[in-house]
Design a protein around this ligand. Structure first.
Ligand SMILES: [Mg+2]
Length: 157
C-alpha cells in the first residue's frame, strides 16, 4: 500500500529581482503580473522577500504590485531568520520558495525544509545548487511557467 503524507502548499515566498522584476528594464517580467493575480485569487498566503532598500519599495508601489502580498520585505541580505518566520518548523513543506538564486533563497528555503522552485533564468542561471543542501523540488525557465507547476496543484487548491 502506498502511504505518504502530502502537504498542500499554503504560502509562497517570492524573490523579487530576476524572479518577478527585471532590474535592467525596470518592469515586471513577462507573465509575472498574471502569476501574482492568479495565485492571490487562489488564496495563497503570499510573501515577498527581495534584496533592496527604499528604492525597491518605491518601485513595487509604482508597479502597483504590493497588493498581491501580505508582507513585503526588502533587505540588504537574506537570512534563515527572516525566511524562518514564514516556514513553520512543524510543517515546513507547506511553504514554497520561488527564486532565481540556487545558492540564495532556494538554498535557504531547502535548508529550512520548505519546497522550492528554481526559476533558472538570466544572470544566475549557471549558479548551481549547493551540494550540502537538498536540491530544488522543481526547475522552471521563467516565472510564467509557475502556474503549471504540479506542486501548486491549482485545480485542487
Ligand atoms: Mg533574484
Amino acid at each position: 500500500m502506498l502511504c505518504y503524507t502530502y502537504f498542500m502548499i499554503e504560502r509562497i515566498i517570492f524573490d523579487w529581482k530576476r524572479t518577478l522584476y527585471d532590474p535592467s528594464e525596470k518592469t515586471l517580467l513577462p507573465g509575472a503580473e498574471q502569476v501574482l493575480r492568479e495565485l492571490a485569487e487562489q488564496s495563497f498566503d503570499m510573501i515577498l522577500i527581495g534584496k533592496g532598500q527604499d528604492d525597491m519599495d518605491e518601485v513595487i508601489d509604482a508597479l502597483d504590485a504590493r497588493k498581491y502580498f501580505r508582507v513585503v520585505h526588502f533587505v540588504a541580505a537574506k537570512s534563515d531568520e527572516l525566511f524562518g518566520r514564514y516556514i513553520p518548523p512543524e510543517k515546513p513543506e507547506t511553504s514554497l520558495v520561488v527564486g532565481d538564486r540556487a545558492q540564495g533563497e532556494i538554498a535557504i528555503g531547502k535548508s529550512l525544509g520548505a519546497r522550492a522552485i528554481w526559476v533558472r533564468t538570466g544572470q544566475f542561471s549557471d549558479e548551481m545548487p549547493l551540494p550540502d543542501v537538498p536540491p530544488p523540488d522543481e526547475t522552471i525557465e521563467d516565472i510564467a511557467s509557475l502556474l503549471g507547476s504540479p506542486l501548486l496543484d491549482l485545480q485542487h487548491h
